[in-house]
Structures are given as C-alpha cells and as structure tokens.
Design a protein around this ligand. Structure first.
Ligand SMILES: Cc1cc2nc3c(=O)[nH]c(=O)nc-3n(C[C@H](O)[C@H](O)[C@H](O)COP(=O)(O)OP(=O)(O)OC[C@H]3O[C@@H](n4cnc5c(N)ncnc54)[C@H](O)[C@@H]3O)c2cc1C
Length: 356
C-alpha cells in the first residue's frame, strides 16, 4: 500500500534549509511541497538505492545514521521539514549526557556533523509516500527523487500540540514550553501555569510541583479528562490550584530579555479577562506522532504511535524499524530517542545480514 502525507512549510525551515546546502523554493498553491532543488537550481528526479533509508533528522535519526554508517551500511538520511527535529525549537538543554548545558539547535548540528563524519549521506527532502508492500521498499521524496531501500528506519518523531496563539509562539523557549521533564528545572521557586485537562496536563502539573512554588492548572471545563488516580493526586497537592472554566487568551512578558511575566485568561462563562502572574507556561494538551506515512500499514498504539516489538525497534513489517518519539508516548526525550536510534541501526544491520 502507498500512503501520502501533507505538510506545511514553516518560515524557520527556509532559514535552516539555507544552512544545509540546498536551496528552498516554495512554489505556492499548486504544489507547496515540491520545493527541494539542487544547488544549481535543477529539480531532482532520480532514483536512489540504499541499504538503509533513515527518515527523520532528530536524535533518533542521526544516531541511527552514526551506527548504520559504522556498520558500513552506507545509509541515506532524509531530513524532513524540520532538519534537526524538535530540539531545534528550544534553547537550553541540560539533560543530554556529555553536555552540562547546550543550545538545542547547536546539539543537533553536532549530531548531524557526527553522522556525516561517519559516512551517512544526508539529504534535504521530505518523504511523501512509503510503499511497504514491495521489496526493496519504495519512498517518494517531495523533490521528485524516488528512494529504494532494503531496510527503512522511521524516525519521524512527534509534535506537541499547541494552542496556536501568536503570543504562545513568541515566547516558545522563553517561558512557554510543552515539556515539563525538559524545562521544569528552570522554574525553581517560581509560579507556573499549566494549560489542559487530560493525563498530560495533570502529570505535568504534578511533576512541576517538584520545582515551582505554585502551579495553577487552567482548564476550560469544570472536570478533568485525566484518570481518576491522577485527579486524586492533583487535588491532594497543596502547591496546585485549579482554575476551572478558563482559557488562555494571551501570554504576556518582557521584550529584552524575552521572558514571561504572566498570562491573560478568559472566563468562558462571563467573558471576563483577568491576569495571572507567572514565570512559565506549560501547554499540555497532548502530543501527536508523525506517523502519517505508515499509520495504515504498520501496527500503532495510543493514537498513532508506531508499535515496536518490546525491547527492539522491529515494527509489524520485517525490514521496517522505528525509533524515537514516533514509537514512544511515555518518555519523549532526546536521549531515549537517540538510544532507540542506535537500536534501530543494529536491528537493521542484523536483518540485512540474515536476509542477504
Ligand atoms: C520545546 C521542546 C523542548 C524540549 N527539550 C528537551 C530537553 O531539554 N531534553 C530532552 O531530552 N528532550 C527535550 N525535548 C524532547 C526532544 O526534543 C524529543 O524527545 C526528541 O527530539 C525526539 O527525537 P526524534 O528523533 O524521535 O524526533 P524529532 O526530534 O521529533 O525529529 C523528527 C524528525 O523527523 C523528520 N520528519 C518528519 N516527517 C518526515 C518525513 N515525512 N520525511 C522526512 N523526515 C521527516 C523531521 O523533519 C525531524 O527531523 C524537547 C521538545 C520540545 C518540543
């Protein structure tokens, strides 16, 4: 079966693409995704065969690139719409081993350079279709290139869901976050708000009480969707206050340095807007795995995360491996993704050796 995906091109991608050595030329309404061109301006339309095709350029993809290269598999890695993955959207990272503190985009450039130095070929393209019914597997690139591969490593990650407010975008990485495990530590002794009412929101709020002096959970209804046991823990926690029937209207803060000082919230019953002072805003309205390419061909779990055989990266189709946030709705960390990228490359190596 062949499955196609659609995507939009964020402005940051155009900037990043410039750093990657290929040009970026969106062509408007007819085909917004056919934008990858060679440096000389010629559109690419070749067929490229590789033993291992890695789809995705986050920690999982680049780590798979390092290991597959060192196994002499000459992998090809397709970067996708967000070269470097989610960490390029954040600032300080303090929990990646070997780096006491590193900027997310810098860490990802180092990972890219590492994979390249080991021999991984890195291509600026987006895979729009993946045919898992034929061998070798066939992937179509937005550039027009067709990739054929004896094994495929899927490392397309996941996305935090955002509210879509302009002010949320402005302060992302500067007081607005979607990951308490990643950023909670930066708010020691400060007041924080969490937006949402499901398991993610309650778990994040509880976790954040380890650091914050006060956590306000803001929810648009007067009951939570979270599991009862989590709700009980939330209600018993003295540091957490719940604000029912309210939605986030705007994040407010300072310009130089950029930082959050509070949120404007709206009472959905009477329309009144009030302001709550806080240093951090955690948007916790869920995550969505980027599994569009394979959501109908591979087994998935928990709303679209690719299912792997426990303790491996093997998916329901032999020769297709998956790693990182795409498979994982629990840990969602750079280091766990990198670990799974390593597993996927080793699993692919064994698969290829057994099927030669
Ligand atoms: C704001 C923020 C801050 C964070 N801070 C931390 C932190 O401090 N520490 C930490 O450990 N974790 C942090 N995380 C989580 C961490 O970024 C993720 O767990 C990690 O990046 C997941 O890695 P991944 O390789 O699975 O996927 P991702 O990083 O999500 O990368 C997915 C890749 O797949 C590519 N892709 C998607 N679709 C296609 C396609 N069709 N064709 C080709 N390529 C495709 C994308 O372009 C991207 O390169 C943070 C996340 C966010 C959003």
């Amino acid at each position: 079966m062949v499955y196609a995906i659609c995507a939009t091109v964020p402005p940051s991608f155009a900037q990043f693409a410039g750093h990657q050595g290929f040009s970026y030329a969106p062509r408007g309404a007819i085909s917004p995704f056919r934008h990858f061109m060679q440096a000389d301006g010629a559109a690419m339309s070749e067929t490229k065969h590789t033993k291992v095709l890695i789809i995705g350029s986050g920690p999982a993809g680049y780590t798979a690139g390092v290991y597959a290269s060192r196994a002499m598999l000459e992998p090809v890695l397709v970067q996708g719409i967000e070269p470097g993955g989610q960490l390029t959207t954040t600032t300080e990272v303090e929990n990646y081993p070997g780096f006491t503190e590193v900027q997310g985009p810098d860490l990802m450039i180092k990972m890219q350079e590492h994979a390249q130095a080991m021999g991984c070929e890195i291509i600026g393209d987006i895979i729009t279709e993946l045919n898992t019914d034929v061998r070798p597997f066939v992937a179509k690139g937005d550039s027009g290139t067709t990739y054929t591969a004896d094994a495929v490593i899927l490392a397309t990650g996941a996305r935090a869901k955002w509210l879509g407010l302009e002010s949320e975008e402005k302060f992302k990485g500067f007081g607005v976050s979607a990951c308490a495990t990643c950023d909670g530590f930066f708010y020691r002794g400060q007041e924080i708000v969490v937006i949402g009412g499901g398991n993610t929101a309650v778990e994040e709020a509880l976790f954040l009480t380890n650091f914050a002096s006060k956590v306000t959970l803001i929810h648009r209804r007067d009951e939570l969707r979270a599991e009862k046991i989590l709700q009980d823990r939330l209600m018993k926690n003295d540091k957490i206050e719940t604000l029912w029937f309210h939605t986030l209207e705007e994040v407010v803060g300072t310009e130089a340095p950029l930082g959050v000082t509070g949120v404007k919230v709206k009472n959905v019953k009477n329309g009144e807007v009030s302001e709550i002072p806080c240093a951090g805003v955690f948007v916790a309205i869920g995550h969505a795995p980027a599994s569009e390419l394979v959501k109908d061909s591979l087994e998935t779990h928990n709303g679209g995360y690719v299912q792997v055989e426990p303790g491996t990266s093997k998916t329901s189709i032999p020769g297709i491996f998956a790693a990182g946030d795409l498979t994982d709705h629990v840990y969602r960390q750079a280091v766990t993704s990198a670990g799974m990228g390593c597993m996927a490359a080793l699993d692919a190596e064994r698969f290829l050796a057994e099927n030669e």
